[in-house]
Design a protein around this ligand. Sequence first.
Ligand code: HEC
Length: 175
Amino acid sequence: MKKVSLFAGILAFAFVCNAYAEIKPEHDPIKPRVPPDKIAAVKAMKPPFQATPAIIAEGKALFDGKATCFMCHGNDGKGKGVGAESLTKVGPRNFTNPQFHKVKSCGEMFWVAANGTKGDFSKKDAPTHPQGTGMVNYLIGHNSELGLPGTPTVTKDELWKIVLYERSLGGGKCE
Ligand code: HEC
């Protein structure tokens, strides 16, 4: 009897671990994540930099460093970072998919990183964010509510550099 309950315990533990390690699928990469009333203006936004190798390298250093994007999007940008496991609704975007970059503009990427998407950052044991919340704190008065310990603050220019790096992962340009 003892043996059976130990086995059941191990099974239950394995199940919990497995449930935790599962990352939710991403939203359809083709569908806009910016609200319809804003999409035209957002699509027209352009980065203040050319995608030179130096700028892309700066973006990568921020992505893998202080901006902590790698936590969810993964160091390879495929959306399988350790932080992704705690998101209960939707998985992070895979930036290596060229199809995504064909359809989405850099402005949309910038806007979503700054503003988030409605309700998608619900986490276990954390309040939901029905109005949407950014993935990063950027600019004064524009704080992410993600509440990840040490959510970083980046400037607008830094966020554009990160977008240019994310873009390069799928062979996309911003023109
Ligand atoms: C807590 C986990 C998390 C972190 C940290 C995070 N992201 Fe995300 N990201 C997501 C999720 C989840 C999505 C998918 C949201 C959706 O589809 O609604 C996403 C989607 C995106 C998208 C896709 C937008 C689109 O139109 O589909 C961009 C761009 C993005 N993130 C940029 C960033 C940047 C830049 C950083 C770092 C500053 C970052 N993310 C950090 C979870 C995260």
